[in-house]
Design a protein around this ligand. Structure first.
Ligand SMILES: *Cc1c(COP(=O)(O)O)cnc(C)c1O
Length: 400
């Protein structure tokens, strides 16, 4: 008997490739295998044409200019290029960078590496909702600050920072702003022509495109200088060497266009699904939503089921695919650095899980998920002495 695959509720880890994206990708891959840098024959010319068109399409989708798009292998590389690139180009002006404790590891780790090289890094501490304030940021900026790197939407909690206001502040202070928008694009409106952002990272596989391709937007007006991190054939203005992967670029451009075109409808639909899911789960006692109640995208529920171990809950629910509170550190037993930075303790983080919905999630799947989660949380609590003790302590208080 074939084992049925679990219901996919992990869309913030990655997404399924959209059939419309796949179609374009396959055409590019089969009809256009020349090297876009081969300028002496039609194989190269055709590929270059395809890459140029896709770059134009991608730039249009986010309100950028063609020459502001640098293709990378993903958002990790884009973040590395932004942070090391600025550090290298501006280190004589200052060696202070500001970021936030709840950033993705692809921002935190480059910052930690720079710290070893003598840079000073400020890790802003968010409030319990995961938000950082403008005042907090303003106070952290010094005459030595060259870069502020903040994510738009958090990949664990779905919490959204006020990037438009932050961008106004950093531009006014003459400090560069890098935004990791891997989880923002396709979930909230992103139009760079309206916001003074200097650098912006994107990834295709979070928006129903293939893994292995992303982009860094690098503002030209005013011009941001960057030191290249990958040297090779001088592609992409010398900023990122390596043969341009035609099919990956075509696919990401298509994924971006669809994400922006379908944004409003898709968010409305997903909001309904999440509302239904939360209503269903919140029938249970001692269940809490992590992260700001309203400054969040509709795709995510990061939930603490008190007195239930997140890992145990995942094991008890083989019918569902989602992430535990230690999502990004799957090989380590460390709890989420994001929840801890928000002020939650290890126990709380270990009892928290991330459920993330996407384009292909259906109401029927959400109904099944509710039923399964409620049953398993109830069962696990039923065999927990801590839960029993908690209920015994609570009972007299309510009986007064
Ligand atoms: C997924 C993700 C990344 C890493 O992107 P890759 O394309 O997988 O390298 C970086 N930042 C955020 C916020 C993400 O969600």
């Amino acid at each position: 008997m074939a084992v049925e695959k679990p219901i996919y509720l992990d869309n913030m880890a990655t997404t399924e490739v959209d059939p419309r994206v796949l179609e374009k990708m396959l055409v590019a891959m089969t009809s256009c295998y020349g090297n876009p840098s081969s300028n002496s024959h039609p194989y190269g010319w055709d590929s270059k044409e395809m890459v140029d068109q896709a770059t134009c399409q991608a730039a249009d989708a986010i309100g950028a200019r063609v020459e502001e798009i640098i293709w990378t292998s993903g958002a990790t590389e884009a973040n590395n290029l932004a942070i090391y690139g600025v550090a290298g180009a501006y280190k004589r002006r200052g060696q202070h960078i500001i970021t936030c404790a709840t950033e993705h590891k692809a921002v935190l780790e480059p910052c930690q590496q720079l710290e070893k090289q003598g840079f000073q890094i400020t890790y802003l501490q968010p409030d319990r909702g995961g938000m950082i304030s403008l005042e907090q940021l303003q106070q952290a900026i010094t005459s030595e600050t060259i870069l502020v790197s903040l994510m738009w939407v958090n990949n664990e909690t779905g919490v959204m920072q006020d990037i438009p206001s932050i961008a106004k502040l950093t531009r006014q202070k003459g400090v560069l702003l890098h935004v990791d928008a891997a989880q923002a694009i396709g979930k909230i409106p992103v139009d760079i022509s309206q916001i003074p952002i200097d650098l912006l990272s994107l990834s295709a596989h979070k928006i129903y495109g293939p893994k292995g391709v992303g982009a860094l937007f690098v503002c030209r007006r005013p011009r941001v200088r960057l030191h290249a991190q990958i040297h090779g054939g001088g592609q992409q203005y010398g900023l990122r060497g390596g043969t341009l992967p035609t099919q990956q670029i075509v696919a990401m451009a298509e994924a971006l266009t669809i994400a922006q075109t379908d944004l409003t409808d898709e968010c409305q639909r997903i909001e309904k699904l999440r509302h239904h899911l939360w209503q269903g789960i919140a029938q249970l006692p001692e269940v809490y939503l992590n992260g700001h109640a309203t400054e969040r995208v509709p795709h995510n529920l990061n939930i603490c089921f008190r007195f239930v171990d997140g890992e145990a809950l995942m094991m008890a629910l083989p019918e569902l695919a989602f992430s535990s509170g230690s999502a990004c550190n799957a090989m380590l037993t460390e709890t989420s650095h994001v929840l801890r930075a928000m002020g939650y303790d290890d126990l709380w983080a270990a009892s928290s899980v991330r459920i993330s919905l996407g384009r292909f999630t259906t109401m029927a799947e959400v109904d099944s998920a509710i039923e399964l989660i409620v049953a398993q949380v109830t069962r696990l609590r039923g065999i927990s002495p801590l839960w029993e003790r908690f209920c015994d302590q609570e009972a007299p208080a309510y009986a007064i």
